[in-house]
Design a protein around this ligand. Sequence first.
Ligand SMILES: [Zn+2]
Length: 374
Amino acid sequence: MNIKSKLCFAIFCGLMLCSFPSLAQKTDKFKVVLDAGHGGVGKGGDPGAVRNGVKEKDVNLAVTLKIGKILEKYNDIEVLYTRKTDVFVPLDKRPKYANKEKANIFVSIHCNSVDNTRPFGTETYVLGVAKDKHSLEVAKRENSVIFLEENYEEKYQGYDPNNPESVVGLMLLQGEYKNQSILLASAIQKNFTNNLKRNDRGVKEAGYLVLRDCAMPAILIELGFLSHKEEAAYLASEKGQNELAQSIANAIVNYKNEHYSYSDSFEYIGSEDNVHSTSNNTASNETVDNNKAVFKVQISASGNNLETKPQNFKGLNTISKIKDGNLYKYYYGETNDYKTAQNLLEQAKEKGYKDAYIVAFKEGRQVKVSDVIN
Ligand SMILES: [Zn+2]
C-alpha cells in the first residue's frame, strides 16, 4: 500500500474502534504493547545510545521485560512485545504490530543521551511539535535508526531526517489519542517523581516516527540519561531497572483502571462480615447498599495473601480483598457515596498508599467509576 491508502486504512480502523468502545472494553483484555527501543547485534544492529559503558538497547530490553513480568500477573491485561530478545526490529514494524493486535496502549522504552554530561532525569513524550531544542534533538536521534533500514526513503515517505517535525504533518491518527497519551505519560512521570524521586523533566512533545502510526494512545519514555555518569549506573543496575519497571507498571494499571473496566474474573475472599466487623471509623459506618454502586479504595495488589487486619495495612481498618488471577487486591473502606470515597482515598494516601485510587463495583462486578459516579 502507498502511504495514502495506508493512512486511510489506519484511520478507518481507528474509527471502527471508536464506534464500538463498549464492545472493545468489555469483551477483550487490556492489551499493552511494550516496545523496547533499538536492538540487534553485528552489522545492521542498533545499540541506541552507548555511554559510560552502558548500551541503551540492553537497559530498554531489561526494563521492558520487567514491566511485562509485573503486568502479566493481571488477569485482565495481555502483554505483547515488539521484541523480547536482542534483535533488530525496523521502526515501522513496531506500530504496525500494535495496530494489527488492536492494542489499547503502546509504550516505547528508551534512554536519553546528550553531549553535555550534566543533564539527568526522566521525560515522557507524546507525538506532537517539539517546544524546545532538546526535544527536537532527542526525536532526531531516536528517529535516526531508520538509516539502518533499506529503502527508508520509501518507507518513511514525507519524513525529513533533519526535521523531525515533518512527522507532524502526517500525525492525523495520533491526534485523536493525544489526550489519552498525555494522561498516560503524566501518570508515568508522576510515579517517577513521587515514588522514585527521579528528576522530573516532564511530559513533552516531539515528532517521533515510532509513535506516528499508532492507532491508540502511544508514549515514548526516556528512562534517564546514559550520558550522566550516576544515572547511567542507576539505569544499568538491577535496583534501578526494578524500580523503574514497577513505577511504569503501576502507572499503566492505574491508567487501565481509570479508563477501562473489566470484571468477571475475580472472586471475593473475606466475607462482608469481615469488612463490617473491623469497621470502627466514621467514614465507613454507613450501611452499604449492595444494590447500588459501591466505592472502595484500592490500596495495593500483590501475590501475597495477607490477613485483612490493620497491622498489615499501616493501621487502616475495614480492609477487604479479592483474588484476581494470581493477584490479591486490597481495598480500604466501602461506601455508596463518591464524596465519602474521596475522603477514604485521602486517608489512604495520608497513611502512605500514594498510588491508591477509587474503584467501583455494581452487582458484584467491577465497573468504571465514571459510569456510576453519583
Ligand atoms: Zn532510544
